[in-house]
Design a protein around this ligand. Structure first.
Ligand code: MG
Length: 263
């Protein structure tokens, strides 16, 4: 397993979408790599995060504000302005100030430590994750986890939940120097695993960050819509309602995996 930092992303060729092997146009291009987002794709991150905030604050309406403030601060990490540890502290300090709680820096540290303790006890996998990963392993494709969150936390999550063994590579935005939906993030994974983007698919719960970003980078973009709530989906984006639908999509829609080429 290669969980090493990927280093400087290599420029890779992005094929025209839908093209197969030029030497044999009847043969579809082969799927060699499946990338998966982590939070809210493999792990029920939102439920754990909401639970932690609710326990610490005694109220359950703060999650949308927490998410917005977190997104602003993650952007600073991706831009190289601060590291994840600094981001966590600043994000929490900003959040507490926003809701009218003015505290000393050591109180912010205590709040953040307590929040992470609750989070770590609350991680759980969605029920469809292990069967899907087992199927992908049996289908002999490379598997990568691609995340915009902190490397330390994501590695701990995957280890705690017994997922590390499934992945050939873990791509962390703060380590790549780019974040989804930037094509650099997706191309860095393809470069590390020596795959063409046209031989890869990416699955994630965020329509634009994951699926549209992957599509625009030349991968198959697959949106995992567990809620089934989005009325319109952009062209070229595939939709599944759960990871239990992924094997069928890969086999029947793309015809690139687990079956011989048909003429
Ligand atoms: Mg996600």
């Amino acid at each position: 397993m290669d969980f090493a930092r990927p280093g400087t992303p290599t420029r890779v060729r992005v094929p025209e979408p839908g093209l197969g092997d030029p030497a044999d146009p009847w043969r579809p291009s082969r799927l060699r790599l499946v990338c998966l987002d982590i939070d809210d794709t493999l792990i029920d991150f939102t439920s754990a995060g909401k639970r932690a905030l609710s326990l610490l604050l005694g109220r359950d309406d703060m999650w949308p504000l927490w998410e917005r403030i977190t997104d602003w601060h993650v952007a600073q990490v991706v831009a190289g302005e601060i590291d994840y540890a600094c981001m966590h502290h600043r994000r929490t300090q900003y959040f507490l100030a926003e809701i009218g709680i003015v505290v000393e820096p050591e109180d912010v540290t205590r709040f953040e430590c307590r929040r992470k303790e609750v989070l770590r006890r609350s991680w759980r996998l969605f029920d469809d994750v292990l069967p899907c990963l087992e199927w992908l392993r049996a289908a002999d494709v490379l598997i990568a986890a691609v995340t915009n969150a902190s490397g330390a936390h994501q590695r701990a999550k995957l280890a705690d939940l017994g997922l590390t063994r499934f992945f050939d590579h873990l791509a962390i935005a703060g380590e790549v120097g780019a974040a989804k939906p930037d094509p650099v993030m997706f191309h860095s994974v393809c470069a590390v695993l020596d795959c063409d983007p046209g031989e890869a698919a990416h699955v994630g719960d965020k329509l634009h960050t994951d699926a549209v970003g992957a599509r625009d980078a030349g991968l198959e973009g697959i949106w995992l819509d567990r809620s089934g709530g989005e009325p319109e989906v952009p062209d070229g984006v595939h939709v599944i309602g759960g990871l239990d639908e992924l094997p069928q999509l890969l086999v029947s829609e793309f015809a690139m995996i687990g079956v011989p080429a048909q003429r």
